[in-house]
Design a protein around this ligand. Structure first.
Ligand SMILES: *Cc1c(COP(=O)(O)O)cnc(C)c1O
Length: 434
């Protein structure tokens, strides 16, 4: 299987190139050349398949040209290591809980799989690949955890000093072995600038093999298709049309759902639920896209005014906005509505959502009410509520336990190294890795 650039200005590449390089030279996004429809036998067997078995059937068409079956099974075995349970939240409504990984956010699914996949694609004994990642919090912790102990890869995470939460810092800054972290005396934008400067530094790139692991990597999207099939399998016996509501920021999760749909996922509609960052619903309404600066909200992992996966969605529908509108509806919700939803979901259904999941629930239940159909609805629960404990405790009046997995990071010794926001200092650090 080859992967093409959505900008069509760079040549198609194989899986290894797409995953290690991350982004084509023409600044487009890599997409698989084919989205093969899975056979009827797969869908018949689906209700009885586990998540790793689903991963095998769904990912094999994309990976088979680059990895043998044993290697594919190992990537899956090492990365799909936690459950994604479906939990009933009222009649015909389900939460698909994606937060049971090591950093308690759904980004664990994509980051772990991409990391193990990269590890397998690199030849053993080849030069070390250096991953550079700037983070404002969540992505960095999932990436650091995902790459921990993967041979052939060294990861440097840059985070702004004093500007990420204590829990996030513990997850990023206490790892050893192949993970290093830099506590930058500056902002998140400074961290991003340092990483960008390194990628543009030809002299440096002659000496170090650099790669990125950001959310546009196709290696992160493929595994996010698995849980859509899993949920559909669990609900297949109900025989009712299925709607997925996806709380969205960079729209990677929604893109994965659409890829699954092209591969035969039985779904009647997607709801793209967003917070006050509402450029996507405006695009569906107007037919033209206008990016905007991001607005801070309670569901802060979705504070994105210019979603990085939009190019893939446009590409999937060949730019036909009407076709996109038939498959995807989109709604925006304020922080006030999000708080009210957390209260209501807890009071009426005894379920405790996080703010991102609450936005997903709002989008789903509004859609179901408006269409008065017979559909079954699934909203994706993308973070553990304890990660947003303050807001959730205020609205539910319940004390939230910090899960043991998260608590186990607390109190570990910080190993990050403080560094200025000057590129010369960052470059000196990088050359010391040679
Ligand atoms: C990243 C993230 C999202 C948004 O996912 P996208 O794929 O960027 O749309 C939603 N919820 C949580 C908790 C996240 O970390």
């Amino acid at each position: 299987m080859k992967f093409y650039s959505t900008q069509q200005q760079s040549p198609p590449v194989d899986l290894k190139e797409a995953v290690i390089r991350g982004m084509p030279a023409d600044k487009g996004l890599y997409m698989p050349e084919l989205l093969p429809r899975l056979p009827e036998s797969f869908f018949r067997a689906l209700p009885g398949l586990s998540l790793p078995e689903i991963a095998w059937h769904v990912s094999r068409p994309f990976l088979a040209a680059a990895l043998d079956d044993a290697a594919i099974r190992r990537v899956i075995g090492e990365s799909i290591t936690f459950e994604t349970p479906l939990v009933a939240v009222g009649e015909g409504v389900y939460a698909l809980e994606l937060f049971h990984g090591p950093t308690l956010a759904f980004k664990d699914v994509g980051a772990r799989f991409m990391a193990r996949l990269m590890g397998r694609l690199l030849k053993s004994g080849g030069p070390t690949v250096h991953i550079l990642a700037a983070t404002s919090g969540d992505t960095g912790s999932a990436v650091a955890q995902g790459f921990y102990n993967v041979p052939g890869i060294h990861v440097t995470i840059l985070y702004p000093s004093g500007k990420i939460s204590a829990v996030q810092e513990q997850q990023i800054a206490t790892l050893d072995k192949n993970i290093s972290s830099l506590e930058v005396d500056g902002t998140f934008d400074d961290c991003q600038r340092l990483v960008k400067s390194a990628f543009l530094d030809e002299g440096l790139r002659k000496r170090l093999l650099l790669s990125s692991a950001n959310s546009i990597n196709i290696g992160r999207l493929l595994p996010q298709t698995f849980y859509y099939f899993y949920a559909a399998g669990q609900l297949a016996r109900r025989g009712r049309p299925l709607v997925f509501s996806v709380p969205s920021g960079n729209f990677g999760n929604l893109t994965a759902g659409l890829i699954a749909w092209r591969m035969g996922l039985p779904v009647s509609r997607f709801v793209a639920a967003v917070n006050a960052n509402a450029t996507f619903p405006a695009y569906l309404q107007q037919g033209t896209f206008h990016p905007a600066p991001s607005i801070p909200t309670l569901s802060n992992a979705m504070d994105v005014g210019n979603p990085s996966n939009l190019g893939r969605i446009v590409d999937l529908f060949k730019g036909d906005v009407n076709a996109l509108r038939r498959m995807v509806v989109s709604r925006s919700y304020s922080d006030e509505a999000t708080r009210r939803a957390i209260r209501e979901i807890y009071r009426h259904h005894g379920y405790i959502p996080d703010p991102h999941g609450a936005v997903g629930w709002l989008g789903l239940t509004d859609y179901m009410r408006e269409t008065e159909g017979q559909s079954i609805g699934v909203f994706l629960e993308t973070a553990h509520p304890a990660k947003f404990g303050a807001v959730v405790e205020e609205e539910t009046g319940r004390r939230l336990e910090i899960p043991p997995r998260l608590a186990s990071f607390m109190g570990r010794k910080k190993t990050s190294r403080p560094i200025s926001a000057r590129y010369e200092d960052f470059k000196e650090y990088l050359l010391s890795l040679e």
